[in-house]
Design a protein around this ligand. Structure first.
Ligand code: ATP
Length: 232
């Protein structure tokens, strides 16, 4: 696919795929085009060329709200929670199209005990990590087939990043497919079945999470010292 803003091409010919039940991470530096790519997949940024398929159907040009009802749910950069509403009300909004909303909310609260304890709390008063968990939990209430996560580690302390990524890892065992874009290559490749490296709008490397973690170029450019201690 190709897309951009005005005459500025930001995604310059990216081709990628995510299989059901996989966690696929796309890493890239600041400004590589990660958020733009996710917006394009979610139907928030029109394509200039190329196409997007979900379960064999061409969904190119499908508006984001319709994508949601097909199970394509974006957790945006900066979380996008409703800060003035309670945790529970955020979850209710997340499930507005789901007929079994109450059941979905009960399941999500079971999965996120921290949110269960804080369900009456105003969302804007949660810690950063809890807000990220709420953003993911709200998306899950919509029963996604594929969850698109935009930089969930942003602004979080390393230990909290680990909590959030443990949750993402756990989603795979519940059959949720995850596509995650991250600057934090350590965290994102630590949980990935497969990964891609995006540089200035182009995929320059792809492989299994493990192969990318061992790739010298990736190590030099994206993986700082000490990641083994944290992730292996
Ligand atoms: P970061 O990790 O810093 O969030 P990113 O990889 O997600 O970066 P994008 O946010 O997709 O990168 O931005 C890619 C390029 O597109 C940047 O040069 C940015 O300035 C530009 N860009 C993003 N949004 C817009 C917009 N609404 N209008 C014009 N240019 C934009």
């Amino acid at each position: 696919m190709r897309c951009g803003y005005g005459s500025l091409a930001v995604i310059k010919g990216v081709s990628l795929h995510v299989e059901q039940g996989e966690i696929v991470s796309l890493i890239g530096a600041n400004g590589a085009g990660k958020t733009s790519l996710l917006k394009a997949i979610a139907g928030l940024l029109p394509l200039w060329a190329g196409s997007i398929h979900l379960d064999g159907s061409d969904i190119t040009g499908t508006p984001a709200w319709r994508g949601v009802s097909r199970g394509l749910v974006l957790v945006p950069e900066g979380r996008g929670i409703f800060a003035d509403m309670s945790v529970l009300d955020n979850l209710i909004v997340g499930g507005y199209r789901n007929r079994d909303r109450q059941l979905a909310i009960d399941r999500v609260l079971e999965r996120f005990p921290r949110l269960h304890e804080r369900q009456r709390q105003i969302a804007g008063t949660l810690s950063g990590g809890e807000q990220q968990m709420l953003a993911i939990a709200r998306a899950l209430v919509g029963r996604p087939r594929i969850l698109l996560l935009d930089e969930p580690s942003m602004g979080l302390a390393p230990l909290i990043v680990k909590d959030v990524f443990d949750i993402v890892r756990g989603l795979r065992s519940q059959g949720v497919t995850v596509f995650i874009v991250e600057q934090n290559a350590v965290a994102a490749l630590g949980i990935a079945d497969r990964g891609y490296v995006l540089e200035t709008g182009e995929v320059i490397l792809e492989g299994t999470g493990e192969a990318l973690r061992e790739n010298p170029e990736v190590k030099r450019a994206y993986l700082g010292k000490g990641y083994r201690e944290v992730w292996e």
